[in-house]
Design a protein around this ligand. Structure first.
Ligand code: FAD
Length: 499
């Protein structure tokens, strides 16, 4: 990624082969694949890169046991194959992790059903990494877990990542391959016919509008896809929320799947960047999509009840919550009014008025989703699609990122090491606002109390010097950041909740 945000006016001087709208994992994946094909390609992001769902997922690069349980072998195989490739290509950012699925007497699925599922799961991934863990070993590994009725647990592996750092990594790779990108530049409208499309870009920094010309347009705006697709609504926005607590309050070394006592839904409790994460929920998101999603009091009560039932001696309360994070799944609706957890999670690509729209799917399968979008745009044919799907390496440029940035199992560094990482990020990653730095380039705002206020104060001189901010700009940015943290990443304030 080039260090400086390009001048939006200069983007209007070019005739693009492809403009990709949306800077989440899907748009970033399309940009990278298109750049590797030698196309002149530009990505537009209305807010910040990974501002949408791609910084708010459960951070798992996984096949997804629920898909296999629903009989969706194709989606599971696809996701497992991508998991194994990402583990190989991005060590330190995508990290193999032990998952534990406790089995209790009388509970479904039991030991033998899970053994069968995991045998198939491993086989699809071409590994063998599942085993039975006795009740005694489980008690040693997770002493705080409720142990009545426990027979043992199935142990298997999947992977964890830092989702917004994954998006940034893909964008760095795309830039090294010649792709262009800009944040805080939304597409307001798209018109024309394939081969001769026009887009109106609104620069959020200056408020100016510019008209771009491109042969093709791919709309990769996730939960917002219906706004630009020109077709009738297809996306069903479903919210999922997470709580972060200090690992000392809920210590886990493995990713645990525990069943909610009220509805039997599986919920993960897992270690992430020095904290413990609990999530997720799954419910229709009726809030304004122009605002960042936030956890509701109902979801907090639901997740705390899960923890306090499954870990009876922990007595977790709202006071223990360091931060919260909610995301909106762009789920392609079946139109049948299904229970949210029963809607399928694969992606869809459709074309209307010259715009190719791609939405749904998973973080894990971004490479496959990107190729499907390029195929629909007739930028590749079926043969090339097949060839690229089977190309072992997607990442071939190895841009020089600081080691350890976004390792999902390491706590963020402190002191001089942190200052070095921040220096690199500010020089290389188009940071426009404090929330870009604190919530997506680093995760300090999610991992530290009060959005990392104390650490941020210590970084003030460095940030102002590097970004050329004066006192007034710092004050404006700080107010903006504190408002965002308070409204969208903390416990819901009673007044806002009631509104
Ligand atoms: C709670 C939750 C947990 C999840 N857990 C996992 C998981 O563990 N593993 C997994 O593989 N997947 C997971 N997913 C799914 C995964 O996160 C999403 O499928 C994926 O992030 C979607 O990426 P996207 O790029 O399509 O959308 P987004 O990341 O939302 O990106 C769309 C972007 O488009 C931008 N945009 C909107 N309108 C415009 C416009 N007019 N002009 C320019 N830009 C615009 C938005 O600002 C946004 O940044 C989870 C999802 C949720 C909600």
């Amino acid at each position: 990624m080039p260090g400086k945000r390009p001048d939006p006016a200069s983007l209007a001087d070019s005739q693009w082969d492809l403009v990709v709208i949306g800077g989440g994992i899907t748009g970033a994946g399309v940009l990278l694949q298109a750049a590797q094909l030698g196309l002149k390609v530009l990505l537009l992001e209305k807010h910040d890169f990974a501002w949408g769902t791609s910084s708010r997922s459960s951070k798992m690069v996984h096949g997804g046991l629920r898909y296999i349980a629903q009989g969706d072998i194709r989606l599971t195989r696809e996701a497992l194959r991508e998991r194994e490739r990402l583990l190989c290509e991005l060590p330190g950012l995508v990290v193999r992790q032990t998952y534990l699925f406790p089995i209790r007497r009388g509970q479904f699925p039991g030991r033998w059903a899970m053994t069968l599922v995991l045998w198939l799961y491993d086989r699809l991934a071409r590994i063998r990494d599942h085993r039975w863990v006795s009740a005694k070993e489980l008690a040693e590994r997770v002493p705080a877990l409720r142990h009545d009725q426990v027979e043992g647990a199935m142990s298997y592996t999947d992977a964890l990542t830092d989702d917004s750092r994954l998006v940034l990594r893909v964008l760095h790779e795309a830039a090294a391959e010649g792709g262009a990108m800009i944040n805080y530049a939304g597409a307001e409208s798209v018109s024309g016919t394939p081969g001769d499309m026009q887009l109106v870009l609104k620069d959020s920094v200056t408020g100016a509008r510019h008209t771009l010309r491109s042969r093709h347009v791919i709309n990769a705006t996730g939960a917002w896809a219906d706004r630009l697709s020109g077709a009738s609504a297809r996306v069903r926005p479903l919210r999922g929320s997470h709580l972060f607590v200090a690992s000392a309050r809920l210590p886990v070394k493995d990713c645990l799947t525990v069943m909610h006592p009220d509805d039997g839904r599986p919920v993960f409790v897992f270690p992430w960047e020095g904290l413990t994460c609990i999530g997720t929920t799954d419910l229709d998101h009726g809030d304004d999509l122009d605002l960042e999603p936030r956890v509701s009091q109902r979801e907090i009560d639901y997740l705390l009840r899960l923890v306090n039932t499954q870990f009876p001696d922990i007595h977790l309360t709202e006071e223990d919550i360091v931060s919260t994070m909610a995301g909106v799944r762009p789920v392609i609706s079946s139109g049948k009014g299904l229970d949210p957890s029963k809607e399928r999670r694969d992606h869809a690509v459709w074309t209307q008025d010259g715009v190719i729209t791609v939405s749904g799917g998973k973080l894990t399968t971004f490479r496959v989703i990107a190729l499907d979008a390029l195929l629909a745009a007739t930028l590749i044919d079926r043969q090339t699609h097949r060839r690229l799907l089977n190309t072992p390496r997607l990442f071939r440029q190895a841009p020089s990122l600081p080691a350890g940035l976004g390792h999902p199992l390491h706590a963020w560094p402190q002191g001089e090491a942190l200052s070095e990482q921040v220096r690199w990020v500010l020089d290389n990653e188009m940071v426009q606002h404090l929330d870009d730095l604190m919530l997506r380039r680093t995760r300090l705002g999610n991992l530290l109390p009060d959005g990392g206020a104390t650490t941020l104060a210590g970084l003030r001189a460095q940030i102002c010097a590097q970004l050329g901010w004066d006192e007034a700009r710092w004050a404006t940015e700080l107010t903006r950041y504190q408002r965002i943290v308070q409204r969208f990443y903390s416990l819901p304030a009673p007044a806002i909740e009631a509104a």
